[in-house]
Design a protein around this ligand. Structure first.
Ligand code: UD1
Length: 354
């Protein structure tokens, strides 16, 4: 089950490996993300097979979106009996998939289990907690994620530490992404710009906070390439921050395809983000990251020395610190090219054919 942009990046290697290993696998897209550049382009670039079903859920409040996805996924599962459901990541579609399946007594495997930010104001944290506790198989991306699950009383027999699928996709496309020299399209030099992505409601929906982020970014000595999520573009307009976002060295663009994005991550002097996946991609690329949040579930990137948290007012100082800090950190264990193979083996063991 997939629904939103980051799900597609993680699903791609897993769907391919499951097919290679002989598992029949259906891809069901809830339609939480539906714009061409938020969804279709990822299927094309990552060679994900066409979804077997597209449920057209679309946007809405958390209740509307989760409930609509739940109803439609339940209908799909009733018409299509399956051995297990893979719920990926932490978006509203993930929670809906897990709820729909578990109530029909279809076992759930949660891909990317155990991440915790310990901030219950994040919708993703709620989604992660509930999905983990109702899943039969928990595929953890890091040792700290596995430890979180154990600390919450989940038995070790339900947990498999397989690593981070985001890393497998990143490693598969990294060279091609750099060869395309995406920075040239944005008028910047490799190593001579910052890459910013900001889309979380706590940053976009508070006009003062968003304006502060814009001003901090605009005050940076390096040019800033800023691919903006649709919500962020709308919020910039609403906050009256669009002029600030057009000022200085800020280059605001629409959402970018996957390969262009990771190419820009790899060429940046530093990354400023509030995205979970981009924190991981910067860590993998060897590029320092400043995360504009009060907490992160990607603690492995902080522990590696690749990432630091900053509030908007400390953003400038934090970027300066990140640019001057030592590099060459060790990427977290299990973030390699064999994550989907370990996940596929764990799925086969938990849900043997027949
Ligand atoms: C969702 C996930 C978030 C993830 C992000 C990745 C939840 C709770 N949040 O957030 O964890 O980091 O995806 O991108 O599931 N919109 C469009 N076109 C689209 C999709 C969305 O214009 O194709 C706009 C709509 O105005 C919509 C808003 O973006 O209301 C928010 O979309 P939504 O799916 O609710 O959450 P995201 O912010 O994308």
């Amino acid at each position: 089950m997939v629904g939103a942009r980051p799900n597609l990046v993680k699903a791609a290697p897993l769907v391919r490996t499951l097919a290679r290993d002989g598992a029949a696998c259906w891809v069901v897209h809830t339609g939480q993300h539906y714009d061409h550049e938020m969804s279709r382009v990822f299927f094309d670039e990552l060679e994900l097979p066409e979804p077997d079903a597209f449920l057209g859920v679309g946007s809405g409040s958390h209740g509307v979106q989760t409930a609509t996805a739940l109803v439609r996924l339940e209908e799909w599962l009733q018409a299509n009996p399956v051995r297990a459901v893979l719920a990926i990541g932490d978006v509203n579609s993930t929670l809906a998939a897990a709820l729909a399946a578990v109530k029909l007594h279809v076992p759930v495997a949660h891909v990317e289990a155990g991440y915790r930010s310990r901030d219950m104001k994040m919708p993703e944290e709620v989604n992660r907690l509930v999905t983990d506790h109702i899943s039969a198989l928990l595929l953890a991306p890091t040792g700290d994620a596995r430890d979180n699950l154990l600390a919450e009383g989940i038995g070790p027999e339900r947990i498999r530490l397989v690593g981070n699928l985001m890393a497998e996709t990143f490693l598969a496309h990294r060279d091609r992404a750099a060869e395309a020299r995406p920075w040239e399209r944005h008028g910047v030099e490799p190593g001579g710009y910052l890459l910013a992505t900001i889309h979380r409601p706590e940053n976009t929906d508070d006009p003062q906070r968003l304006s502060r982020i814009c001003h901090e970014l605009a005050a940076q000595p390096l040019p800033v390439v800023w691919p903006a999520h649709p919500r962020t573009r709308a919020a910039l307009e609403a906050a009256g921050a669009a002029p600030a976002a057009a000022a200085g060295g800020l280059r605001v663009t629409g959402p970018l395809p996957y390969v262009e994005t990771i190419g820009l991550v790899g060429g940046a002097a530093a990354v400023v983000t509030d995205s979970g996946g981009v924190q991981e991609e910067a860590c993998l690329a060897g590029v320092p990251c400043v995360t504009v949040r009060t907490s992160t579930e990607r603690v492995a990137t902080i522990e590696a020395g690749a990432n630091r948290l900053a509030e908007p007012e400390a953003l400038g100082a934090s970027v300066t610190g990140a640019l001057g800090a030592p590099r060459g950190w060790i990427v977290p264990e299990w973030w390699d090219a064999s994550v989907s193979a370990r996940a596929s083996a764990a799925l086969r063991e938990a849900f043997p054919p027949g």
